[in-house]
Each structure stands twice: as structure tokens, then as C-alpha cells.
Design a protein around this ligand. Structure first.
Ligand code: SF4
Length: 289
């Protein structure tokens, strides 16, 4: 792994179009504490669309996705400067997704703590509208006390399947059980938690997987597919090593079956919100509503 330290020029990336800018409640900005992602060498790296985005694809020297990461050492200072110079009225409109092109809790975060430092900044500004911290890493549990202090924070955890053996046969990744435990710990700690089944991979059966997800304590569950969720109608996913390895990579029936099962269950209990693809990701209502 090639790790380098970098002074970033800016830290909040406006979302004017694309996946995160969709309705009903678009994000205004994305925030990445790292460039590149060490999980790129695991299963999710097989279908990760971030490897095709300009900030990685145009990077020089080139490196395989998951083999190089830049640490944005000044991320928290930049964030403090941006938030500190904004009027409260402008801050109240901020809806931030952290992160769309890296995992803020990849293993390097244990040492560099860039994500943690950014959360410390957010904790000093109680007036933003939304911060979604998206991860698949159990390391995020370390920062639950900080997330508790941010009134607009959500922890969103990727759990694409309940089949650990299948995940291992591909390229592994953080243990599914540990991710579920992270969601549960967040929920118990009073941190709003979301699960993203994104993209939905092969799983045991809709009832077993769906019940497991519902029992986690998550407040929202979003189901997505490689074709709906890559921001290019499946064109990016078609170019990935996942498409090479899995002949039925574009199949979406299993994702729809899981979604239908979850919707049916939630109609009875009304305790959890279920979303589909980008409308699900962008489905957290403004705090003022
Ligand atoms: S954790 Fe997210 S950003 Fe990192 S490789 Fe996996 S899908 Fe891509």
C-alpha cells in the first residue's frame, strides 16, 4: 500500500448533478477525508465506481484501485475554515455525504484520524442540516461518542449480503456480522443508523436477510443494484472486475425481492424507512420538516 500525506486545497465538493444530487432531498456537498480507498482490494473494490471518477482516474502516478491512498492531513482545518466563515443561515442548508469516493473508516483512519478530526469540527457546529457518514468498517464504533454530539449525523453502513462465505469467495472485506454489530451499537447509543444494501449481492433468502437487517435497529434501509446505483445506468459496473467474475452481475430480481419483503414488513411496524437506490440515499428529510 502506497500511503502519502497531502495538503488538500478544498474539502467540501458541491453536488450539482449526479447520484447524490437526486431527489427528494439532495445532498449539497460530499466530503472525502482520503483520496483512494484501501478497501479497493476487497470485494467492494471489484464494483466500486469511485475508481472511474476523475480525481482517481486522472491521478499521476497511476496505481491500481486500492493500492494507493492519499491522506488529507489538513481536512479538519479546511472544514473549520469553511464552516467558521459561513453564516448560520448558509450552514443550515448544508447536507453533506461523507464519503462518496473513499471509506472514511478505512484502516488508515486508525492512525491518521482525519475523519475523527472532521467530526470534532462538526460537533462544534450544531446548525447543519445533515451529515451522513458512510462506511463498511467496524472502526466507526470508535467515534460513536462524537456522532452522538452531532444532532444532524447519521451513520450509514454498507451490508450487501448476509452470505459471509460468498463474500469471502469474492475478495472478502470487513466481516458482515461486525458491520451489523456496528449498526446495532449505533442504534443503542442513540445515533441514527442506516444500512445500505448497495449493491445487493447474492444472499440466503429475502426473509432471513431482511429480518436480520430489520433486527439491527437501523432507522433506514436502502437497497440498490449495480445498474441503478453506479450513476451511469450500469455502464460503469459493466467495466468492473465484478462483471468479469459474476456472469449475472446485472441481475436485479433478488434486490427487488429483498426490497419488496422489507416494504411488506415495515408496513406492519412502520418503525423503519425503506428506500430504493438514489431516491433512498437522498431520502432523509430536512431537519426543519
Ligand atoms: S469502501 Fe467504498 S469507496 Fe472504498 S473501495 Fe469499497 S465501495 Fe469503493
Amino acid at each position: 500500500m502506497d500511503v502519502s500525506l497531502k495538503e488538500a486545497k478544498s474539502i467540501l465538493t458541491p453536488q450539482r448533478s449526479g447520484f447524490l444530487a437526486a431527489g427528494p432531498y439532495p445532498f449539497t456537498h460530499a466530503l472525502s477525508s482520503y483520496t483512494g480507498c484501501a478497501f479497493g482490494q476487497t470485494t467492494c473494490g471489484m464494483y466500486c465506481y469511485a475508481q472511474f471518477l476523475p480525481n482517481w482516474a486522472m491521478r499521476r502516478p497511476m496505481a491500481s484501485w486500492g493500492e494507493a491512498v492519499e491522506v488529507k492531513v489538513n481536512a479538519a482545518q479546511l472544514l473549520e475554515r469553511v464552516l467558521g466563515t459561513m453564516r448560520s443561515e448558509a450552514r443550515r442548508r448544508l447536507r453533506i455525504f461523507m464519503s462518496s469516493t473513499t471509506d472514511p473508516y478505512q484502516p488508515l483512519e486508525r492512525k491518521h484520524q482525519v475523519t475523527r478530526q472532521c467530526l470534532e469540527v462538526f460537533a462544534r457546529y450544531p446548525d447543519l442540516d445533515l451529515l451522513v457518514v458512510q462506511t463498511r468498517s467496524p472502526l466507526a464504533e470508535r467515534d460513536l461518542p462524537l456522532l452522538q454530539q452531532i444532532p444532524y449525523a447519521w451513520l450509514s453502513v454498507s451490508i450487501e449480503t448476509d452470505d459471509q462465505a460468498y463474500l469471502k469467495r469474492l475478495k472478502g472485506g470487513p466481516q458482515l456480522k461486525k458491520r451489523w454489530e456496528l449498526v446495532h451499537a449505533a442504534s443503542v447509543a442513540g445515533v441514527r443508523a442506516q444500512i445500505t444494501v448497495s449493491p445487493c449481492l447474492s444472499y440466503s433468502n429475502p426473509e432471513a436477510f431482511g429480518r436480520w437487517l430489520l433486527d439491527s435497529g437501523a432507522h433506514r434501509i436502502v437497497v440498490d443494484t449495480t445498474t441503478d446505483g453506479d450513476g451511469a445506468g450500469g455502464e460503469r459496473s459493466a467495466r468492473t472486475s465484478f462483471a468479469e467474475a459474476e456472469p449475472d452481475w446485472a441481475r436485479t430480481t433478488h434486490a427487488h425481492r429483498l426490497y419488496d419483503y422489507l416494504c411488506g414488513q415495515v408496513n406492519e411496524t412502520a418503525e423503519v424507512e425503506i428506500g430504493w437506490s438514489n431516491a433512498g440515499f437522498c431520502g432523509i428529510a430536512p431537519r426543519s420538516q
